[in-house]
Design a protein around this ligand. Structure first.
Ligand code: SF4
Length: 463
């Protein structure tokens, strides 16, 4: 048996722990197949469960008093802010975040007015005021659905009411359809310094099959216009796994992205959730299923290779930067031990390990804010070991695992609980030792979500 590199171990404890685990199963689910093709075969194909340890919900009657107590805490961690804009012009078939169709200018104005009031609610509270905010993300929904004047107003309000760090990243997310020159100008005037656009794929047939409207030509023209502002980073999301997508269309998506004057690209794998309309379309035969597991794995590897050849930098498992303007602050910090202040209907936040979700219904959110109440519909107690779980996620997000560093920061027992996994995953070609830590191979990067889940399951044994 090898020992996690760089650290001596007590052999008796390791043997005892491993015997204990073998008692549960001779083939535990964390065990990866040893094969020549770990990218495709390391684990059985199945949808990853969102990794995390179970936390207890706070009784609805206690939510407002708990929230009130939290507002008097001084933040001690790096902080991000998430602002949810709940409107979309149309619903994309694969989406679970859809809340409400966008109808008219009055709706946009009412949303902006209420959001500004919500930002004012905690304006004098330590939780909002005392320490800097490092990244703000307007997501949704479709923030670009708002009218130009309201886009400018809400971004300016964020700058007025939140203590933004001098280098704060302010991302405005949206769809290119309907994001005209006036709205782009308004977002820049407001102070956005990063645009994140959900392109998903440039292929017109694939896009329109899943409910996106713009054609490839329209997207390219809109993106070129946005990059010409040259005042903010422009990043796009690409997704692999849609019906009708092939390796050919995926390679073309990557090639177009590299040729546009973008600052960053995210590449995500599509998850078809049972609650999504796309699941029903495929089940009823209205649309074919997307690429199979093997092809999706190869598409991921193609993205890694394509960006490497183009000289783009890897900022996380799924994100690449073309230059140093792109920093990817929000996406990274939101997965780490940071606090997240949340505003707007349906937004999710996290303060000192307490996770909370804002009321999803725009009308009830608005009514509560007008009465001076922050409408939180659900709040969870900090999960046991939540900081350790986030620390594991932080490492994996940056393409490495360093059990020694985690053990030094949290508990030496981690060396014992992680060791069999690290040993097996190294043999299986998912991890590659470098000094005292392990880098994720391309196969390991593809299976990162599954590995995270197994590591967190091991942490449960410490409870
Ligand atoms: S625009 Fe975004 S939030 Fe709206 S339906 Fe499409 S994927 Fe979902």
């Amino acid at each position: 048996m090898t020992v996690i590199s760089g650290v001596s171990s007590d052999k008796t404890k390791i043997v005892k722990f491993n015997k204990m685990m073998r008692k549960d199963s001779d083939s535990p689910s964390w065990k990866a197949n040893i094969s020549d093709n770990p990218l495709v075969e390391a684990f059985p194909e199945s949808i990853d469960i969102h990794p995390g340890l179970q936390s207890s919900p706070i009784a609805p009657a206690q939510v407002q008093s708990t929230l009130s107590d939290l507002t008097f805490r001084k933040r001690t961690r790096r902080t991000v802010t998430y602002i949810n804009v709940p409107y979309c012009e149309t619903r994309c078939l694969y989406c679970l975040f859809y809340i409400k169709p966008y109808r008219n200018k009055e709706e946009s104005k009412a949303y902006a007015d209420t959001l500004i009031k919500e930002l004012q609610l905690w304006a004098d509270k330590p939780i909002q005021q005392n320490e800097p905010v490092h990244a703000v993300y307007f997501g949704g929904g479709t923030p670009t659905a708002l009218e130009a004047a309201d886009i400018e107003r809400v971004i300016k309000a964020v700058r007025q009411y939140l203590p933004l760090a001098n280098d704060c990243e302010i991302t405005y997310e949206g769809r290119l359809s309907g994001f005209d020159a006036e709205k782009m100008e308004a977002a820049v005037q407001g102070g956005a310094n990063r645009f994140s656009l959900g392109v998903q794929t440039f292929d017109t047939k694939v896009r329109q099959a899943v409910g996106r409207r713009s054609t490839k030509e329209q997207l390219v023209s809109q993106l070129s216009r946005l990059t010409r502002f040259n005042q903010a980073a422009v990043v796009i999301d690409l997704i692999y796994g849609f019906p009708f997508q092939t390796m050919g269309t995926w390679k073309e998506d990557l090639a177009i992205s590299r040729e546009l004057n973008l600052d960053g690209v995210d590449c995500y794998q599509l998850r078809v959730f049972e609650r999504s309309p796309l699941f029903k379309y495929i089940a009823n035969g209205k649309l074919p299923a997307g690429p199979n597991h093997e092809l999706r794995a190869l598409m991921f590897a193609e993205a890694v290779q394509s960006m490497r050849e183009a000289g783009w930098s890897r900022l996380s498992i799924s994100h690449w930067a073309a230059n140093t303007r792109e920093r990817n602050f929000y996406n990274y910090y939101a997965k780490t031990r940071s606090d997240c202040l949340a505003y707007g209907p349906g937004a999710g936040g996290n303060i000192d390990g307490y996770a909370y979700m804002m009321d999803r219904t725009p009308d009830t959110w608005k009514k509560a804010i007008e009465e001076g109440i922050k409408p939180v519909s659900m709040m969870l107690e900090p999960a046991p070991h939540w900081q350790l779980c986030r620390a594991v996620a932080e490492q994996l997000e940056l393409n490495f695992l360093d059990p020694s560093r985690l053990a030094a920061e949290f508990t030496p027992q981690l060396l014992y609980v992680f060791e069999p996994l690290v040993e097996n995953w190294t043999k299986a070609g998912l991890l590659s030792p470098i000094g005292s830590r392990y880098e994720l191979t391309v196969a390991g990067q593809f299976w990162q979500g599954r590995m995270n889940q197994h590591l967190l399951n091991q942490i449960k044994s410490l409870l």
